[in-house]
Write a protein that binds this ligand. Structure first.
Ligand code: PLP
Ligand code: COI
Length: 339
């Protein structure tokens, strides 16, 4: 096998041995199939291609010090994919089938789960899309579910270093009552122009305000926002952000650590009051925020002068990773051990 430089992996695609596929036809899901091809054959009029009938998930597998492979929050990801299916009128995949497919994909690619010491992990990408032909704007009759895996390093260069974000009022990621709460592929296509502009200007990602009033914080690129002050973990409630499973886990851990947790509308001016701030998601885990520039208002909210993460961000990050790698007990039942 080719040598993989585990410690220097980026968040990119690396070919692995097998992927899992499952077809929905005549109103029922078929058997899981194992494939060693990286390609799919699709009908040219498949609804996923022209009407964006597609949603995905993202979760990770970690190899512990004990060599055991742990997969983080499979069920929560299965549930979110079901919500996405509902939102896009796609066939719903049962949790059991989702779980079986994920476990199978990891098992068959076990040699790609990075070693404990590398700090890398195996990213799991399940996705579901309409495959049958449709020219009128209608949902497909047939669907396909695929799971591939790929070993990954940190999402942002620099890993757990604080990085800058930018508020861009001239772009929206999702409409207030649109698809922001589900993981539709189209949401990401809609975010590419603003994201590329932010990157060109040297920022990690766009810091989105609510699309209607531009008054409240939505999310940070493809991650949720949290701010810390007075021993309180504050995170936005909104009808246009993705319910992050990482954020949900961090809220539980913050409570366990004796912090107060507030999930509510967060006015942009409140940024001034946070002692620490972070972006959270499966890919980034926690990516501490160095500063948020509001170019139109000629304002900058600074959280880290030296680029180092704040104390509570570090504590939450370590706790979450300790559960994921199996260094600390999984009191919440978040982890599935690969047999
Ligand atoms: N927000 C958006 C828009 C995302 O794409 C993601 C990534 O999945 C998140 C937040 C973080 O969600 P999770 O923690 O479930 O990965
Ligand atoms: C996340 O896992 O946090 C993500 O945002 C995934 C991203 C690559 C779409």
């Amino acid at each position: 096998m080719e040598q993989i430089d585990w410690s220097n992996l980026t968040f990119g695609y690396l070919k692995t041995d097998f992927n899992i596929r499952c077809h929905y036809t005549n109103g029922a899901w078929g058997e899981l199939e194992v494939s060693d091809s990286e390609h799919l054959t699709l009908h040219m009029a498949a609804t996923c291609l022209h009407y964006g009938q597609e949603a995905f998930e993202g979760l990770k597998a970690f190899r512990g010090k004990d060599g055991v492979i742990r997969i983080f929050r499979i069920e929560a990801n299965a549930n979110r994919l079901q919500k996405s299916s509902e939102g896009l009128m796609m066939a719903e995949l049962p949790t059991d089938l989702f779980t079986e497919a994920v476990l199978k994909a990891v098992k068959l690619n076990e040699r790609f789960v990075p070693p404990y010491e590398s700090g890398a992990s195996l990213y799991i990408r399940p996705y579901l899309f309409g495959t049958s032909a449709q020219v009128g704007v209608k949902p497909a009759k047939d669907y396909m579910f695929v799971v591939f895996v790929t070993p990954v390093g940190p999402y942002f260069k620099g890993g757990f270093e604080a990085t800058p974000y930018v508020i861009m009022r001239e772009y929206d990621r999702a409409a207030p009552l649109g698809t922001g709460t589900i993981k539709a592929g189209g949401n990401y296509a809609a975010s590419l122009v603003a994201g590329a502009k932010a990157n060109e200007m040297g920022y990690s990602a766009v810091f989105y305000l609510d699309s209607k009033e531009k008054k409240y914080i939505d999310e940070c690129g493809a991650a949720n926002f949290f701010g810390i002050k007075n021993n309180t973990y504050v995170t936005p409630e909104s009808t246009s952000i993705l319910p992050s499973i990482t954020n949900n886990s961090l809220m539980a851990l913050a409570k366990e650590m004796g912090m107060k947790v507030e999930q509510r509308q967060v006015p942009v001016e409140e940024l001034e009051t946070f002692e620490e701030a972070g972006a959270c998601g499966t890919a980034a885990v926690i990516s501490p925020i160095q500063r948020i520039d509001d170019l139109q208002e000629d304002k900058s909210y600074v959280f880290s002068k030296d680029g180092n993460p704040g104390e509570i961000c570090v504590k939450l990050y370590k706790k979450l990773q300790a559960i994921q790698y199996g260094d600390e007990p999984d009191n919440f039942g978040w982890v599935t051990i690969l047999k």
